[in-house]
Design a protein around this ligand. Structure first.
Ligand code: KDG
Ligand code: MG
Length: 402
């Protein structure tokens, strides 16, 4: 089962996506997501110029070997561009393997460990009242777990809250938007938001919050402690995780569960966090952490240390990643939760898929392989549009983590 053709498809049905499509000599196709928000063309070029020539003629069944060939063979290890490109190949090969075996990918992974995969949605508002309303709307849609983000009064910008309401989309067309950030008002305001949400929705709804790497360890410790009465499902990315030791300080001060890892690209970003039990949920994603092959290994290591999975699932991860994440989440024993930020109708049309949502949970469906495809003709009618993630600055102009 040799790889015959490999094609890199860049499209922008509302937002940019990069997709790798492999076809074997016996005509089996496999798709992989290679989208890296704001740096899409770097991965597309990496694939086209450096990886595609290596794939042609190789045995599509040797998934583990291919992963090591691409990871070790490059010599220059890690890095988001490299790992996203490798992930696309890995996803496409698992898709092909499922189709060749005539089964959905989760069955190749040992079968379902649960009936469906609990997902969380995003509720946001410019005021507490708007956030309460948004949470209520998502609860009506069936979600049992909801991430709440709210603008801090008196502050110009907030992560996750679009101006004028509507859907939140991380990247914006054109050059990067500059936003401002102030820590102290945020630390004072956020417990008030969750106090209100708990009073409104009672103890059972799972509430999540994304700090989006904005704090220092001692500030995150303070936030976690102040949120304890509202028993969050998790506090996400409290600090930038390059400093893994920083999590020790947070852990010493709070029992609020911690989730981290959407920007991780290998196990080396998190093994200390896992083995020292400094986190509760690992958010590494199929697409940015090198594919299903390494993500399953990370999950198995995490399982030993009572750390569960909580994969990133924002709209910049294409429906191909969503499908892969659902096969992964359905099968690994230590699944925790999956993020679900629904794609637009246009995106869903370009990527027809078998996965579905019901009662706050998702299922990858029973279609063979990953159960997702790309409509190339439709994709071609949405050409790439330059877009960037915002950057953040403090009041005095200092660049801060966005
Ligand atoms: O591309 C960046 C987004 O995916 C990120 O800002 C979204 O933090 C995010 C989340 O938790 O979904
Ligand atoms: Mg996040």
């Amino acid at each position: 089962m040799r790889i015959d053709t490999a094609k890199v498809i860049v499209c922008s049905p509302g937002r940019n996506f990069v997709t790798l499509k492999l076809v074997t000599e016996d005509g089996i196709t496999g798709v992989g997501d290679a989208t890296l928000n704001g740096r899409e063309l770097a991965v597309a070029t990496y694939l086209t110029d450096h990886i595609v020539p290596l794939l042609i003629g190789r045995d599509a069944r040797r998934i583990e070997d291919m992963w090591h060939y691409l990871y070790k063979g490059v010599y220059w290890r890690k890095g988001a561009v490299t790992m996203t490109a490798i992930a696309a190949v890995d996803m496409a090969l698992w898709d092909i393997a499922g189709k060749a075996a005539n089964m959905p990918v989760y069955r190749l992974f040992g079968g379902a460990s649960r009936d469906s995969v609990m997902v969380y949605s995003h509720a946001n508002g410019e005021t507490i009242e708007q956030t309460v309303e948004a949470v209520a709307q998502h609860q009506k849609l069936g979600y049992r777990a909801i991430r709440a983000q709210c603008a801090t009064p008196g502050q110009k910008d907030a992560y996750g809250v679009p101006k004028g309401g509507g859907r939140y989309e991380p990247a914006e067309r054109g050059l990067p938007k500059e936003t401002t950030w102030a820590t102290e008002p945020y630390l004072q305001f956020t417990p008030l938001l969750f106090d209100r949400l708990r009073r409104e929705f009672g103890p059972d709804l799972h509430l999540l919050h994304d700090v989006h790497h904005r704090l220092r360890p001692i500030e995150a410790a303070r936030l976690g402690a102040s949120l304890e009465p509202f028993h969050l499902f998790w506090m996400e990315d409290p600090v930038p995780a390059e400093l893994q030791e920083g999590f020790r300080l947070i852990r010493q001060h709070t029992t609020t569960p911690i989730a981290v890892g959407e920007v991780f690209d290998t196990i080396y970003d998190s093994y200390r966090l896992i083995q020292e039990q400094l986190i509760d949920y690992l958010r590494a994603s199929v697409v940015h952490a090198g594919g299903l092959t390494p993500l399953r290994k990370m999950a198995h290591l995490a399982e030993l240390y009572h750390v569960r999975t909580g994969c990133h699932g924002a709209t910049d991860l294409s429906p191909v990643t969503m499908a892969a994440a659902l096969h992964f989440g359905l099968s690994v024993h230590n699944f925790g939760i999956q993020e679900h930020m629904p794609h637009t109708e246009t995106t869903d049309k370009v990527f027809p898929h078998a996965y579905s949502f019901a009662d706050g949970a998702m299922h990858p469906g029973e279609r063979v392989g990953l159960g997702v495809d790309i409509d190339e003709t439709l994709a071609a009618s949405y050409p790439y549009q330059r877009a960037y993630l915002p950057v953040a600055r403090l009041d005095d102009g200092t660049v801060h983590s966005w």
